[in-house]
Design a protein around this ligand. Structure first.
Ligand code: PEP
Ligand code: MG
Length: 325
């Protein structure tokens, strides 16, 4: 099996009806990046920068962050990396940071909320990123954005750091793109506005689904209660794909479902053309892409969504369609 997938490495990910799909890889540590070449991923669609912070004995200095980001960029042979700024809090704890007692950590002080409340932390990370990206392409993505204002505030910090770079006669990135994770449901109803402001969007389906159904993503007792392949989730994802396309903004999805072939097929049917996933998923998902006719899948899924007749999961119907094709 692995060998079969390995053979697909240099085969372009194009559907039966000729639609090119961008397959990106998720990573969090330098060692993960070795897989970029062997999987044939076109870029690193999600680099979870918090892993470096979680493994460190204390808050990494700006210069240490810069070194890591530069090493990351150097190790992927010119392919782009989308760096996500610190996504700590909730299940991602930094032992050296004072713990805040919270009743509901998943709904609490985390990710960009910490970054904006402690701008010193976020600015030091942005400085490390911008320095490492000097003279080359740099993509920075903010996690858990819930309002347009949060994005504007984060962007303002980037602009300040860019000015400082200039002041210190350091090279800025030759091409800087800023984007957000779409993973808080409030974003679903601000897509027109946010699409005007950002350079790209990436759906964090792990959190988006957790918050849509109000189920803790790590709680086994409730985790199997709802199916991703159901009308509420698919309609939400379709809305994002439609809005991003209308605004002509690059869109990817970087949650776990992008790496599962059946779910990924449905994502293509909904209009997604870029998926970012773990290294091990790229082969199986590429095999699915090669076997999929997007036009037919789109008709099937849209018809299914228009004719939902109760029941929750659409999985059996979608699987039957995938197997028949
Ligand atoms: C997500 O929420 O889907 C995501 C990709 O980010 P993380 O799993 O790191 O929260
Ligand atoms: Mg997330």
């Amino acid at each position: 099996r692995q060998e079969q997938y390995h053979k697909l490495r240099d085969v372009p990910a194009v559907t039966k009806d000729g639609v090119a799909i961008d397959l990106h890889m998720n990573a969090g540590l330098l060692v993960d990046l070795e897989h970029v070449a062997e999987t044939g991923a076109i870029s690193v669609g999600l680099f979870r920068t918090e892993l470096q912070f979680m493994l460190a004995p204390r808050f990494p200095k700006m210069s240490e962050q810069e070194t890591l980001y530069r090493a990351a960029l150097d190790s992927v042979g010119g392919k782009p990396i989308t760096f996500r700024t610190l996504d700590i809090g909730s299940d991602k704890i930094l032992p050296y940071m004072t713990q805040v007692e919270e009743e509901n950590p998943a709904l609490g002080w985390r990710a960009i909320r910490i970054g904006l409340d402690r701008p010193g932390l976020l600015r030091s990370q942005l400085r490390g990123l911008l320095r490492a990206g000097g003279g080359r392409e740099m993509r920075i993505m903010f996690p858990m954005i819930a309002t347009l204002e949060e994005y504007e505030a984060a962007k303002a910090l980037v602009e300040r750091e860019l000015e400082l770079l200039k002041l210190h006669h350091r090279q800025a990135p030759s091409d800087l793109k800023l984007g957000i994770m779409v993973e808080v449901p409030s974003m679903l109803w601000q897509l027109d506005e946010i699409c005007r402001s950002v350079d790209f969007l990436s759906v964090g389906s792990n959190d988006l689904i957790q918050y849509l159904f109000a189920i803790d993503r790590d709680n086994k007792r409730v985790a199997t209660r709802f199916d991703v392949l159901s009308a509420p989730v698919l309609r939400a994802l379709k809305l994002i794909a439609d809005k991003a396309r209308a605004a002509d903004k690059p869109l990817t999805l970087c949650g776990e479902i992008g790496g599962r072939p059946l779910e990924a097929m449905v994502l293509l049917a909904l209009g997604f053309r870029g998926l970012s996933m773990s290294a091990a998923s790229i082969g199986p998902v590429k095999a699915m892409v090669l076997a999929t006719h997007i036009g037919e899948a789109k008709d099937f899924v849209e018809n299914l969504l228009e004719n939902v007749t109760g029941g929750h999961s659409l999985r059996d119907k979608l699987r039957a369609f995938a197997e028949a094709n």
